[in-house]
Design a protein around this ligand. Sequence first.
Ligand SMILES: Cc1cc2nc3c(=O)[nH]c(=O)nc-3n(C[C@H](O)[C@H](O)[C@H](O)COP(=O)(O)O)c2cc1C
Ligand SMILES: O=C(O)C(=O)c1ccccc1
Length: 370
Amino acid sequence: MLMTVQDFETAARMRIDPVHADFIAGGAGDEITVRANEEAFRRLRLLPRVLRGSAERALDISVLGSRARTPVLLSPTAFHKLVDEEGEAATARAAAAAGAIMIVSMASTVAVEDIAAAAREAGEHGDPPPLWFQLYIQPDLGFTEALVRRATDAGCAALVVTVDSPVRGAHERDLRNGFLDLPPGLRCEHMVDPREGGRVHPIAMSPVISWEHIDWLRGTTSLPILLKGALHPEDARLAVRHGVDGLLLSNHGGRQLDTVPATVELLPEIAAAVAGRIPIVLDGGVRRGTDVVKALALGACAVGIGRPVMWALAAGGEKGVRRLLELFREELDHALALCGASGVRGLPPDLVRAPAWGPASAHTEREGGA
Ligand SMILES: Cc1cc2nc3c(=O)[nH]c(=O)nc-3n(C[C@H](O)[C@H](O)[C@H](O)COP(=O)(O)O)c2cc1C
Ligand SMILES: O=C(O)C(=O)c1ccccc1
């Protein structure tokens, strides 16, 4: 029975190439940050309220003009066809059916136009939430601009610009496994260059990208722009100053710079820095309904999930991702009820207790498996 996110991972591992399982689960360096993300959620404690008398809980959200029936969105993940024949089209149908926002990866193996068509076809309750598009700004600005236009024309409602990748993270599992590129027959559909008769470019992760590029992008699109991967509170303030509309507080699931803090640990500081001026979405280590409650109470308006989507897609295709999103919905609703909350909006920070730092807490907070 697929009852927890952990069950999906176990089921996925039985079905896919171990090299691909390593690509999904792995991270940079010693994977300290990969583990830290989940451990930080485990260390936080919920302090529920009682006798609040609420029959139902509202799980819907509205963020940067996009409405969704759940605050759990699908963070951008590359290469869905590695684990499922239909790839991102299957994921998009499941997301649309659940009323969840899906962030299409620039490195997807299905083109954004086809992903959008799949989402429209599956939106059961009227219009499904719109897709967002994740972008690595390419030094070739002409190509980047054409891609932004393409995503916009396909109906994407926001751009998520990943800024934590001036160079690619060193994924040691992939290096050892010799997993360096997509297998033959699969390609990044968005890197096909119409100007060059369909040549497929590699995705450039470039250290030359700067705030000037964000200013340039701000000037070329009227779509909301979210910055994905800014971690320093000073960069959060700079983002606001540069006209960025939202933050996706993310350490790339521990796949870029290893040993950066867990995102949920940074959340209070980032929330203080932006002071409500722009919304914050958080991803990294979200595995339980209680994790969602913690992130929302500490100042996020939504959370993203990365690896769980890949595991669910590998374990059961479109149905698997549907079941995963249902599971998050059930767990979130249950946790909110037990917290005495009537919905996902306006959860107060005093719902969360952080353990005190220092040697005493290191002693008492040691947990099994951590
Ligand atoms: C297999 C895989 C592929 C990813 N591909 C991308 C990508 O193309 N672009 C991007 O900005 N982030 C990418 N990410 C990072 C995710 O968007 C997200 O930040 C991270 O997975 C969240 O952590 P979680 O996996 O613990 O939920 C990828 C992550 C994984 C696991
Ligand atoms: O693996 C990743 O985390 C990632 O972001 C990515 C980006 C481009 C291609 C493949 C993976």
